[in-house]
Design a protein around this ligand. Structure first.
Ligand code: MN
Length: 503
């Protein structure tokens, strides 16, 4: 279920618009050229799904047919359109108004160079994207369609990067539409505001099916786990992580490690059986569990599951979608919380962490498996992986319910090496500086209502999250190097009005 490496089963349909006016010879060239572009995109190795060329479209019936087929095809994650020649856009209305998949408009031209010395009417007749794509662009604007427009020559690396980034968001959208989220304990942390939200609205907008389960369902599975399975998993822990003597066989903390392994096996089976892609736990309902699941959540996240602590189903879903968008790229995705600060003037830092549940996919080195007491939950000392996150750029994304609509906030950060080692910190952590700087980055996040929980992604850009939000029709606030606080305040105010007016 959570395997994120199987995306090549998904397709992006490449649609080329034209019309009958030009005669067979030109239409054959249009077909050859567009096929060459589709194949080049596919061969670039940058796309997370197969780029599939479709026959050139010259009339409204064929356009409607292919748009309906794209909507009905479970393996079609989105469509890419391009007008090599002129394709009168009223022909596209029937199709586009019924298109139920993400749309990208590639504004390119087959010939990179204008043949200055040779240019004649044949060249002009074929290379018409400059105005053909404007005609197509108008109808997208007139229909108020959420679409991605990528401009430039189809062989340019930045064009391929931008279009394939959109494709990643399209795959996340496809995942979103079928995502099942299990809430173990079935509740949010008591009295917490920001992790709540309208689950029916989330299902309407995003497709998420969010349901609660008694923690007893998990407890029953934990009791059924065999000792042999626990032995095998503990052996894998020993191979994968650094363990100190007390955690190893015969050590005083070894039983805690075995309990954690039992939880992982049970939780994994629960998620697989139910077809869930994301899950939440809550330390306020651990009835019958020996310890708060920490290691299990960390390792399941590393295998592609979304996770949110304290019943936070929104962040759990974002973590899962981040995993889908990241597939095949180096860099990880984790549940994250802005935990504590370093406020020395000029060296301000955020230390991000959680009680236990940070995904080892973001680790800079080999994690160490540790068992320490936990001040809350009133349970046995839980096992957890401890590590520092790898330095580099990252983004935090969060989803908040503004009452009547969801708002996504995406913030760019620079993860840095901790100033000093933190030998007494019993949890994994990431140290970062928000962009454009600590003061403005924090202020903007708080003004926009961003949560203390986020999906932390090392290999998804803020622009890709923006593409996803656009596909889902979500409000999205992007915070980065170009942040202007006064403009942001206006954006928040105007968005309120815009979303109330609706479409
Ligand atoms: Mn938390």
């Amino acid at each position: 279920m959570a395997n994120v490496a199987d995306h090549k089963t998904q397709q992006l349909w490449f649609l080329t618009g034209s019309q009958h006016l030009y005669g067979d010879e030109t239409l054959k060239k249009v077909a050859r050229n567009s096929q060459e572009i589709a194949e080049a995109l596919d061969r670039s190795g940058k796309f997370p799904a197969k780029v599939v060329w479709k026959p050139v479209l010259t009339g409204p019936e064929a356009i409607l047919e292919v748009c309906l087929a794209a909507g009905a095809a479970p393996d079609c994650a989105g469509v890419i359109t391009w007008m090599h020649t002129f394709s009168p856009a009223k022909m596209w209305i029937a199709g586009l108004t019924r298109l139920d998949k993400p749309l990208a408009h590639l504004h390119t031209q087959f010939n990179r160079e204008l043949p200055w010395g040779e240019i004649d009417m044949d060249f002009m007749n074929l290379n018409q994207s400059a105005h053909g794509d404007r005609e197509f662009g108008f109808i997208g604007a007139r229909l108020r369609m959420n679409r991605k427009i990528v401009v430039g020559h189809w062989q340019d690396p930045e064009v391929i990067e931008e279009l394939s980034g959109w494709a990643r968001a399209a795959l996340a959208m496809a995942e979103s539409r079928k995502l099942k989220i299990a809430r173990l304990g079935g509740m949010n942390m008591r009295e917490v505001a920001v992790t709540g939200g309208d689950r029916v609205e989330a299902q309407i907008k995003l497709g998420w099916s969010i349901n609660g389960f008694g923690v007893g369902d998990l407890v029953a599975r934990v009791a059924e786990v065999s000792d042999a399975d626990v032995d095998r998993l503990v052996k894998r822990y020993e191979e994968s992580y650094v363990l100190e003597a007390p955690l190893k066989k015969g050590g005083e903390k070894h039983e805690s490690v075995r309990d954690a392994a039992r939880q992982e096996i049970a939780l994994r089976a629960f998620l697989e059986t139910g077809g869930f892609g994301a899950f939440t736990t809550t330390f306020e309902d651990l009835h019958g569990l020996k310890q708060l699941p920490g290691l299990a959540c960390q390792r399941l996240m590393a295998d592609g599951y979304g996770f949110g602590a304290e019943g936070d189903w929104k962040t759990a879903a974002l973590v899962r979608l981040g995993k889908v968008m990241t597939a095949g790229r180096p860099g990880g995705v984790s549940f994250m919380e802005d935990y504590t600060y370093h406020l020395v003037k000029g060296k301000e830092r955020v230390l991000g962490a959680h009680m236990l549940e940070i995904c080892p996919s973001i680790a800079g080195g080999k994690p160490s498996l540790e068992v320490h007491p936990l001040g809350i939950g009133g349970k046995a000392d839980p096992a957890r992986l401890v590590f520092d996150a790898k330095p580099g750029s990252a983004v935090n994304s969060t989803l908040v319910d503004m009452g009547g609509r969801m708002r996504m906030i995406v913030a760019e950060l620079d993860v840095v090496q901790p100033d000093q080692s933190m030998p007494k910190l019993p949890t994994a952590s990431a140290v970062w500086i928000p962009r454009p700087d600590f003061k403005r980055g924090c202020q903007a996040w708080i003004e926009a209502g961003g949560a203390h929980h986020a999906a932390f992604c090392q290999a998804v850009t803020a622009g890709e999250w923006e593409d996803f939000a656009s596909m889902a029709g979500l409000e999205v606030i992007r915070l980065g190097a170009d942040l202007d606080l006064r403009a942001l305040r206006n954006e928040l105010r105007w968005n309120d009005a815009a979303f109330k007016l609706g479409r």
